[in-house]
Design a protein around this ligand. Structure first.
Ligand code: GLN
Length: 186
């Protein structure tokens, strides 16, 4: 298993550190060649509009879609990454998303940076609540038929559809490994 972290922009370094701590083989993904080497891909947080532009201009976005359709790639999107996976994106300046998950998400739905926060959330399969960090986070308005693995404030914050996992919070910023462990089983 080789896990790739999309490294155009955003907090990819923190994800790579979590993966290294888990002793998983991991690489930065910046090109079509890199993408060919991975069985799992993390799309990190950052600005979904910026990551979306790189996905389009490099052709990596189209290649990701093909791999997912062939069921040869598992994906975990955090925050901006989750936005880029959604079929429908609401809010100002929505990015061009990959539309790989049948969910509706609203970017910057809690407000500005001042409304970033931490909260303990219960995650399906984890024994203890996880302190979760939400940074200019989106809200999942409709999770379609995706399975809800965690909720906060009446909204899903971690959902799974097949081999795709989307979370609106950032376990990687505190070096938390639990959600990555779940992803690695997918
Ligand atoms: N607000 C960012 C966006 O819409 C996401 C923030 C994040 O990834 N922490 O793209």
């Amino acid at each position: 298993m080789t896990v790739g972290v999309l490294a155009f922009h955003g907090d990819f370094a923190e994800h790579l550190e979590v993966l290294r701590n888990l002793k998983v083989k991991c690489i930065e993904v910046l090109s079509l060649d890199d993408l060919k080497k991975v069985s799992h891909l993390i799309i990190p947080g950052g600005e979904s509009t910026v990551i979306g532009k790189f996905l389009e201009s490099t052709g990596v976005g189209a290649a990701i879609k093909k791999r997912v359709n062939k069921r040869s790639l598992a994906i975990y999107g955090t925050c901006a990454g989750a936005i880029l996976l959604a079929r429908t994106v609401k809010g100002k300046n929505p990015p061009k998303s990959l539309k790989l998950m049948n969910i509706t998400i609203e970017r910057n739905a809690y407000g500005s940076q001042m409304q970033s926060f931490q909260a303990d959330i219960g995650v399906k399969g984890l024994a203890k609540p996880l302190p979760a960090t939400f940074i200019r986070a989106p809200i999942i308005l409709d999770h379609g038929s995706a399975e809800i693995l965690a909720e906060y404030g009446g909204h899903p914050v971690l959902v799974r559809e097949g081999r795709i996992l989307a979370g609106t919070f950032h376990p990687e910023v505190r070096g938390q490994e639990q959600i990555h462990r779940i992803f690695l089983t997918m």
